[in-house]
Design a protein around this ligand. Structure first.
Ligand SMILES: NC(=O)c1ccc[n+]([C@@H]2O[C@H](COP(=O)([O-])OP(=O)(O)OC[C@H]3O[C@@H](n4cnc5c(N)ncnc54)[C@H](O)[C@@H]3O)[C@@H](O)[C@H]2O)c1
Length: 251
């Protein structure tokens, strides 16, 4: 068993070097949460830590590739050393692949599933006891509207669908130990991930104009939903996937 969390609600945020992960970290820092920021991008992580420290919150960082099987225990050790444990886990790191199913070779399929789904599982398993020991333990996983299934991104869609289902399993299994688990499913959000895929970026801009919101979302708008789900204000919300998509998946 890990040591009880003394003060505050320490949070681990993966993929914190840019985009939605950085926006989540900044939001939690503004609320005073002690942070452990994780990413494989060292310069980006340094800059994120600098920005979050401006908010006055304690910030630790760990450069780690989440595909590395040693990463979860390194992250758990770092969080216990710095803060005595973890109360909030944000599984945000993710990668995209665009191509038809013939373009998905075995390595591509394995890589996308490994980063987007298996790494989130491994890190959750490593931190589950800490989350259960902390008051109001909460997990928020970054899924996607892709859980409904689109052409040209089979591995990504399957990984995010798996993550949404994993979220529900975690809610059921860890609920009796006081841990909530939810997912946020963003629509088209204006981040580097979108800009790195030029054909998708143009299409997304045009499509976004047809949404009820009439535009792309921002990382800060996703972060606001993530921060709410991670907070005690959402104490009766668990096993949920919240679309933050400008009204795309309205039902
Ligand atoms: N941007 C969107 O439109 C959008 C829409 C739906 C869902 N999402 C999801 O939200 C999350 C964040 O998206 P984003 O747009 O900010 O992406 P991004 O590409 O801008 O940032 C992802 C971060 O994850 C890190 N990362 C990737 N693989 C890693 C690994 N193996 N180990 C450690 N770090 C790793 C990257 O270095 C990067 O800093 C992802 O899970 C993504 O699938 C994004």
């Amino acid at each position: 068993m890990s040591a009880p969390v003394p003060n505050g609600r320490p949070a681990v945020v993966t993929g914190a070097a840019r985009g939605i992960g950085l926006a989540v970290a900044a939001r939690l820092a503004a609320q005073g949460a002690p942070l452990l920021l994780v990413d494989r991008d060292a310069p980006g992580l340094l800059e994120s830590a600098r920005l979050c420290r401006k908010a006055g919150a304690p910030v630790e960082m760990l450069v780690a590739d989440l595909r590395d099987r040693a990463s979860p225990s390194r992250i758990a050790d770092a969080a216990r050393r710095a803060y005595g444990g973890v109360a909030v886990l944000i599984n945000n790191a993710g990668i995209e692949f665009r191509g038809d199913i013939q373009a998905h070779d075995d390595d591509t399929w394995d890589r996308v599933l490994d980063v987007n789904l298996s790494a989130a599982f491994r890190l959750t398993r490593a931190l589950a006891d800490d989350l259960a020991d902390a008051p109001g333990g909460a997990i928020v996983n970054l899924a996607s509207v892709a859980i409904v299934g689109f052409a040209g991104q089979a591995a990504y869609d399957a990984s995010k669908g798996g993550l949404a289902t994993l979220t529900r399993s975690l809610a059921v299994e860890l609920g009796p130990r006081g841990v909530r688990a939810n997912a946020v499913a963003p629509g088209f959000i204006d981040t580097q991930m979108l800009r790195d895929t030029p054909d998708l970026a143009g299409m997304a801009e045009r499509f976004a104009r047809t949404l009820p919101a009439g535009r792309l979302g921002t990382a800060a708008e996703v972060a606001s939903a993530v921060a709410w789900l991670a907070s005690p204000r959402a104490s009766y919300v668990t096993g949920h996937t919240l679309f933050v998509d400008g009204g795309w998946m309205r039902r």
